[in-house]
Design a binder for this molecule. Structure first.
Ligand SMILES: [Zn+2]
Length: 420
């Protein structure tokens, strides 16, 4: 009798699991970023935030309600390797001094939602004051506010007076950025501190930068020993390392120190590209935002010296991008959102195509390549059984019209519909 009851109970349970999915999607065309091919008229079954099954719609036999994307092009959620969600594109230069850390966190709430709206379901936040990015990451994970999955770095590590310091005020104000340290052991301590307060990736500044005061964009910052200490300590703690680097020497020194990605990579030489290839280092090149800096930067408070630096860097960076793509370097998709308005991340695809990628390569950068760089290939980057149900849709074939990725019309993250 007991056996019979158990059999009935399990039969009932099986019927329930067979019928009740958290969501069902009918997809017109699903892109496989690995091959650039489409599977047509498919079902996607979603359970507990993950993809439970994918197959031909004609084989799907159920009267469950479904989300109808049968006319649309369906892609995995996009990944951006370089954003600053707590930063505001209207607040640069001295204006930034008016923004408290709590205020920046609230800016981040707005920007997280805009980023997810744009189809970006996972991002690396590379640099934020006061661990505001980690607070935002936790609030999203707790379901308090909508936003992409965040891999947050906390404060960027940098030398005294470098790109990742705050150089806007004279000595009597005694202002320095949270991540400033000099010397290998002090930097190991900073890595440990960031890890302690929740960082999931380490960012450091290996050269000067465009938007900082008084730094030479081409000049190396940190000695090799300091970079090596950061990388070794981070890797010891299971954290990947992203190095901001424009100048050739800083890029090659950071690669030698063992970083996982070079951000910006503007003046990278052919030998730098070869070194990156040899060590499997990703190049994350923000080829979109230059136009925004030069047209809108002054209004947003960017310093005149920054605009001058950008006039020098932007064009060269795009030429370097073309050389790196041609040489077959590993390319990430990193946009540096906050320099330009959050939510325009998808505008970068067309620039990547203009500067040497095929549309498929640009999509690979923002899906499978970034998934690999993030150490998340098992969870994101393709629409496959077992991965997070991070799914987006657009109205046209992005391989034919890459501009369509500026206007993503459907966004699901973790099985929950954010935009439709
Ligand atoms: Zn940045």
């Amino acid at each position: 009798m007991q056996k019979f009851l158990l059999a009935v109970a399990s039969a009932v349970m099986m019927t329930q699991t067979a019928l009740a999915h958290d969501a069902v999607i009918r997809a017109g065309y699903i892109l496989d970023p690995e091959t650039g091919t489409y599977a047509t008229d498919q079902y996607i079954l979603i359970d507990k935030g993950r993809i439970d099954d994918v197959g031909d719609w004609t084989d799907y036999d159920s009267d469950e309600d479904y989300i109808d994307l049968s006319e649309k092009y369906v892609l995995p959620g996009l990944l951006d390797a370089h954003v600053h969600l707590t930063g505001d594109s209207q607040v640069h230069g001295y204006k930034r001094l008016t923004r408290s850390t709590p205020r920046q966190a609230i800016t981040g709430v707005r920007n997280a939602s805009r980023t997810l709206d744009a189809g970006f379901t996972t991002v690396r936040n590379l640099g934020a004051a006061g661990y505001a990015d980690i607070a935002l990451m936790e609030a999203i994970e707790d379901g308090d506010v909508p936003g992409p999955r965040i891999i947050a770095s906390g404060p960027s590590l940098g030398i005294t007076g470098g790109h990742c310091d705050n150089n806007l005020l004279p000595a009597e104000y005694d202002v320095k950025a949270d991540g400033v340290a000099d010397g290998p052991w002090a930097l190991r301590a900073k890595v440990r501190e960031n890890k302690k307060y929740g960082a999931r990736v380490i960012k450091f500044c290996a050269t000067g930068g465009v938007l900082s005061k008084g730094t030479d964009v081409g000049a190396q910052q940190f000695a090799f020993e300091e970079m090596k200490a950061i990388v070794d300590e981070a890797h010891l703690n299971g954290l990947k390392v992203a190095a901001h680097a424009h100048g050739a020497k800083g890029i090659e020194t950071a690669i030698k120190a063992g970083v996982d990605s070079i951000e910006h990579s503007s003046f990278i030489t052919d030998s730098g590209i070869e070194a990156a290839k040899r060590k499997g280092v990703y190049l994350s090149m923000d080829v979109y935002n230059s136009d925004y800096i030069l047209s809108e930067g002054a209004k947003a408070g960017m310093l005149e010296e920054s605009l001058n630096k950008e006039r020098r860097v932007g064009k060269i960076q795009r030429e370097s991008f073309r050389r790196a793509v041609k040489a077959g370097a590993k390319m990430a998709f990193g946009s540096d959102a906050a320099v330009y308005p959050h939510g325009q991340n998808g505008h970068q695809f067309a620039y990547m195509v203009k500067w040497g990628m095929t549309p498929l390569q640009s999509i690979q950068a923002a899906t499978i390549n970034n998934a690999d760089l993030f150490g998340m290939s098992a969870d994101v980057g393709t629409i496959e059984i077992g991965k997070f149900a991070d799914i987006i849709a657009v109205e046209e074939d992005p391989l034919e019209n890459i501009h369509i990725l500026k206007t993503v019309s459907f966004v699901m993250k973790n099985g929950e519909v954010h935009k439709k």
